[in-house]
Ligand binder design. Structure first.
Ligand code: NAD
Ligand code: UDP
Length: 312
């Protein structure tokens, strides 16, 4: 394993970022948590502030950044929930593209290794199932999800070209749907919506007929994958996610049962370009990282429900 000392986490006050900061601090690294607090929250990282190795830097990655010494960069900054990334789609594109260039330039100048948090959305509405890293995807380049999907695709291209042209040590994680503590109650994604609705006794909002599928990874497993990828020698995209696939409707039923809620299920219109199915092929991650998820859906949801009970 590579021992990193001074680690920059962009988007460190967000859902994945705050879980990652916690892990890195526990491992004894000095962590600089960069965020513009668009979807990130101070509460997610407040408990880390008492640690002298933890620092916050309020900064927007659309602007260039100069730092003296950084050994590794986990580049996570970007809103990830469809309602949040579509609320200011131009800004999302700028964050994905200009932000990526600014962070790659920082890596180039400091010699830091950089891991980019890409997404399964690069596969769009996939025609290949499950999705392997070799699949080029089926993305609507002008639809309402394009600011996120195409932004991430351009960012991956920048990573590969900075590697080929300038030899910047890059890592690319293609992250599939992940859930767990430190998600916002108003994040808008499926698990946080369904759990908070169930706990409040409100109807669970299933979009479309709920037959579309996703594969859900518990956050601790995902963070373990990110840390292993950063330490590995593998250059190029690696899928990180849990291959267990569920329909959206089944997920609503499971969460109602686990929360012992009296909530009903209501059907709402399916958002434009909502992918019909998604499931990672994680053979590559197993091979090069010796990684696979170990948390069952039941255990992960139980921890997530406890978290939302304590925060609502
Ligand atoms: P999140 O919205 O909770 O966190 C994103 C963080 O980035 C927030 O703290 C936000 O304030 C910050 N941010 C946004 N724009 C910024 C900017 N211009 N400058 C500085 N900070 C900015 O989302 P998340 O779920 O934690 O996702 C983190 C990363 O992982 C994102 O890049 C996302 O695309 C990727 N990802 C997440 C998932 C998932 O299921 N959680 C799946 C695929 C990819
Ligand atoms: N979804 C839903 N109800 C909600 C939130 C999401 O039915 O309240 C559906 C959404 O249409 C999609 C799936 O759940 O089919 C996953 O949505 P999410 O926004 O969590 O992630 P993504 O679409 O980016 O995979």
């Amino acid at each position: 394993m590579v021992t990193t000392r001074r680690v920059l986490v962009t988007g460190g006050a967000g859902f994945l970022g705050s879980n990652l900061c916690e892990r890195l601090i526990h491992e004894g690294h000095a962590v600089l948590c960069l965020d513009n607090f668009y979807t990130g929250k101070n509460e997610n990282i407040a408990h880390l502030l008492k640690n002298p190795n933890f620092q916050i830097l309020q900064h927007d990655i659309i602007e260039p950044l100069e730092l003296e010494r950084i050994d590794a960069i986990y580049h996570l900054a970007c809103p990830a929930s469809p309602p949040h990334y579509q609320a200011d789609s131009v800004k999302t594109l700028k964050t994905s593209v200009f932000g990526m260039v600014n962070m790659l330039e920082l890596a180039r100048k400091t010699g830091a290794r950089i891991l980019f948090a890409s997404t399964s959305e690069v596969y769009g509405d996939p025609l290949e199932h499950p999705q392997k890293e070799t699949y080029w995807g089926n993305v609507n380049p002008i639809g309402i999800r394009a600011c996120y999907d195409e932004g991430k695709r351009v960012a991956e291209a920048f990573c590969m070209d900075y590697h080929r042209q300038y030899n910047v040590p890059i890592r690319i994680a293609r992250i599939f749907n992940t859930y767990g503590p430190y998600m916002r109650a108003d994040d808008g994604r499926i698990i946080s919506n369904f759990v908070t609705q169930a706990l409040r006794g409100e109807p669970l909002t299933v979009y479309g007929d709920g037959s579309q599928t996703r594969s859900f990874c518990y956050v601790d497993d995902l963070i373990e994958g990110l840390v292993r990828l950063m330490a590995s020698d593998y250059v190029g995209p690696v899928n990180l996610g849990n291959p267990d696939e569920y329909s959206v409707y089944t997920m609503a039923q499971k969460i109602i049962a686990l929360t012992e809620s009296q909530s009903a299920i209501v059907l709402k219109p399916l958002p434009e370009d909502d992918p019909k199915q998604r499931k990672p092929d994680i053979s590559l991650a197993k091979e090069v990282l010796n990684w696979q998820p170990i948390t069952s859906l039941g255990d992960g949801l139980a921890k997530t429900i406890l978290y939302f009970k304590s925060t609502l």
